[in-house]
Write a protein that binds this ligand. Sequence first.
Ligand SMILES: Cc1cc2nc3c(=O)[nH]c(=O)nc-3n(C[C@H](O)[C@H](O)[C@H](O)COP(=O)(O)OP(=O)(O)OC[C@H]3O[C@@H](n4cnc5c(N)ncnc54)[C@H](O)[C@@H]3O)c2cc1C
Length: 617
Amino acid sequence: MIPTDYDIIFAGGGTTACVVAGRLAAADNTLRILAYEPLHVQPGRYLFDLRAPGPDVFTVHHANPSAPLGGRILRVSSASCVGGGSSVNAMMYNRAPASDYDAWMHAGNPGWGAADLIPLAKEVETYQAGVVDSMHGSCGPIKVSYGGYETKVGRDFLVAAAGFPRGRHFTEDLNDFVTCDVYGRLPKYIDAETGRRSDAAHFYLYPQIHNPNLHIITEARANRVIFNGTRAVGIEYYANGTLHTAAAARLVVISAGAFCSPAILERQVKVFSPHPRSRSGIGAKHLLEKHGVQVVSDLPGVGQNYGGRMKLHWLPWLWMKTEVRYLIVHSITFIFCAAFEAEWKTNGRGLLATNGIDAGIKLRPNGQDLEQLGPAFTKRWETLLADAPDRYVALESYENSTGRSSRDIQRSVLHGACRSDNHFNTGPTRCRCTLSTGFVHICSVDAHTPLEITTALLESEEDIVLLRWAYKWSRELARRMDCYRGEHAAGHPAFGADSQALCREAEGPVDINAPEILYSMADDTAIDSFHRANVALIFHPMGTCAMKPREAFGVVDPSLNVYGVQNLKVADMSIAPSNVGANTYNTALIIGEKAASIIAAELGIRDVSRRWYNCRV
Ligand SMILES: Cc1cc2nc3c(=O)[nH]c(=O)nc-3n(C[C@H](O)[C@H](O)[C@H](O)COP(=O)(O)OP(=O)(O)OC[C@H]3O[C@@H](n4cnc5c(N)ncnc54)[C@H](O)[C@@H]3O)c2cc1C
């Protein structure tokens, strides 16, 4: 029988919540803790799991039609299961530049600078991908390794990057928070010994599941926070089609991710008042009133400041006989899986023990690049990059892609429509820091109504020139890779028939010193159109309940307290005051560790134990 009275309730049991709840439960096993999740599925140990039949581990959100993208509606998914993003993500290990965290501190958040957060990043991990130096951890819960298989595309990338005249230097460690404009191998959140995904559910929460005071209610969705006056006292949630309530004596923590956390704040807060049916929310007054919701705390920043990153796939032909199978296994069908699964289960190695993203480059424009980028990029350079040598603008990696258009190609491979058994396409990933921000708001007080999401993708000319430059740069590198066999025109801009940039098939790579492709103005226009038609959002939303001063559109203070109310915190990627230029799992783990320390201190728990997690799954 699950009790209805708790000390702490988490609305959401994703990455950050698992860290905080796991740490607190370990530190004080008398704390009565509850977390909700919409779906319980066994978190995917590798990507193949996620495509198995059964409840969907994703929620798909649709953004408003975007004018800069020609009216296109972008789709972006977030996780819907215990462990959140950590249970479904692509397992790329990519830490943010130190100066991104210093920017958090300078936004009015003492205790949130790089010097404060980097030690937490070390405590999070057991680094198995090289030397454990002063920047890496050796005994944290989350394992980081190169996985159990090395792809040819990764090896070829490293060789081409070493010889490419416009290339950069090699580094053993792309993730020391400082080094930038270098290339190297890309580690993964995979345990080197077991070959399994290192998610927050398995390594923070489940190790505490023996604790009778820790409860995870699955197939439940937090609906709204219950208030007594301005003090949060519990949660109302849906389970089995009916509404239930649970009381939180000490704290309610909203941890529903950057899309859903602002929605829970805005939607409606149940207030014990002389008018029990009145609806009250936390957010922008004008927006809440539009939905007939009274205002408990007027916070216009709720749902604003939606930041993220952009992604683009384009398609060179690459020759990788064995990895065709890998790609098919992960993306389309299970036909080849049995042998790989047996290997993976026996020794944690093979094609199921990798994410297929083995090498990459963190690109930062140099003098020659800045000339190419032109005056449209000057403001971005001056505001974001010039004084922060650790910041890069693009992470280029060549992967066995799961992008939409490349999956179409994979289908062709499966159905024999490809030009040869030994050739198929793969798409490099592009990640960009964008300065523009969008918003996420409720459309109605009904918890089941989709959210209104507006992105600022490609609204600024800076993003357009940046994507154009990066396309040219990474295409040049791809042409020099040993596995290169030309390009698939449908996965590239529509260059004119007489263009030098026209896509062609090839028998092999160009010479490492071959002249670069010369692009005309018409080619540039074609590239920009291609980007408008194909750019996508990466799964890294953040910033929608920003930790900033209230007058600067902040939602939470540096202790993660929601302004204007008591006993209510937010802890997840939504609190990011500004963008981080990296994949976000690492930052979510850091926020979780920081939140655990803050809450423990407030509750008088002296030691948020960091020694309990040495477990294997
Ligand atoms: C498909 C995908 C691929 C990714 N790949 C990478 C990668 O390779 N590397 C990397 O570093 N990062 C990656 N990320 C990003 C990273 O995983 C996330 O940034 C991180 O997990 C976010 O943590 P969070 O705690 O903010 O939110 P989440 O982990 O998303 O947790 C929020 C949780 O709240 C739950 N929730 C929502 N609404 C409610 C409600 N009303 N009631 C109860 N629960 C609710 C959700 O189900 C979810 O589990 C990826 C993310 C996705 C989705």
